[in-house]
Design a protein around this ligand. Structure first.
Ligand SMILES: NC(=O)c1ccc[n+]([C@@H]2O[C@H](COP(=O)([O-])OP(=O)(O)OC[C@H]3O[C@@H](n4cnc5c(N)ncnc54)[C@H](OP(=O)(O)O)[C@@H]3O)[C@@H](O)[C@H]2O)c1
Length: 166
């Protein structure tokens, strides 16, 4: 029952109608007897208008006027791969997309030491920016810009195309 002591968690995004995070979190709160509720907020601009700064999707208040943030999507993706029996180490991996989801997934995948990472994206600017960030952070890995998904062991669709009705 929601009352004066209930802790409120917000899920911000745009679009947010497809996200299942609030259902999962509210079920978790209930299962664990926690007096908390998560509510989705559709914020055009993906929240960037409401919060300036780097890409984060989980935030915790630390003190009166500060937040600490993290982006666990990449780790979640790799955990999902492992649970489905797919390993990353030594594989040739291609990521299509170069925005927030692609960045988080790329960083998490690289930490599991693939043989090679290929990046593909529609717009060149975003592609180059992600390539540069990854190259600086992981200088020992072969990270290349590609055109085709062929020749890879694993191809990740990190574009927003999956949001469309089939
Ligand atoms: N945990 C999760 O399950 C989770 C978490 C986060 C996101 N997601 C999902 O991951 C997807 C991407 O999220 P995001 O935040 O990174 O999205 P985003 O910021 O909207 O980025 C969209 C990406 O898709 C590309 N793209 C969009 N339309 C395209 C088209 N018609 N042809 C080719 N490429 C196209 C964009 O390329 P350009 O650079 O050329 O525009 C960009 O790289 C979304 O479907 C989102 O819902 C899932």
């Amino acid at each position: 029952m929601i009352g004066g002591t209930t802790k409120l968690f917000g899920l911000m995004g745009h679009p947010v109608a497809h996200a299942r995070t609030s259902q999962a979190m509210n079920a978790l709160f209930e299962r664990n007897g926690l007096d908390a509720v998560m509510v989705p907020f559709d914020v055009p601009g993906g929240g960037s208008g409401a919060l300036s700064g780097g890409a984060v999707n989980v935030m915790r208040r630390v003190g009166e006027d500060a937040f600490a943030g993290d982006m666990p999507d990449g780790e979640g993706f790799v955990a999902g791969l492992a649970a489905a029996g797919h390993s990353v180490a030594g594989r040739r991996i291609c990521i299509v997309g170069a925005a927030g989801a692609a960045s988080a997934i790329a960083v998490a995948l690289v930490e599991w030491q693939p043989a090679k990472l290929t990046l593909i994206n529609r717009s060149r600017e975003r592609l180059m920016a992600l390539h540069e960030r990854l190259r600086l952070r992981f200088p020992d890995l072969e990270i290349v810009i590609g055109e085709h998904v062929g020749g890879h062991d694993l191809v990740v669709n990190a574009t927003s195309l999956g949001l469309r009705e089939a």
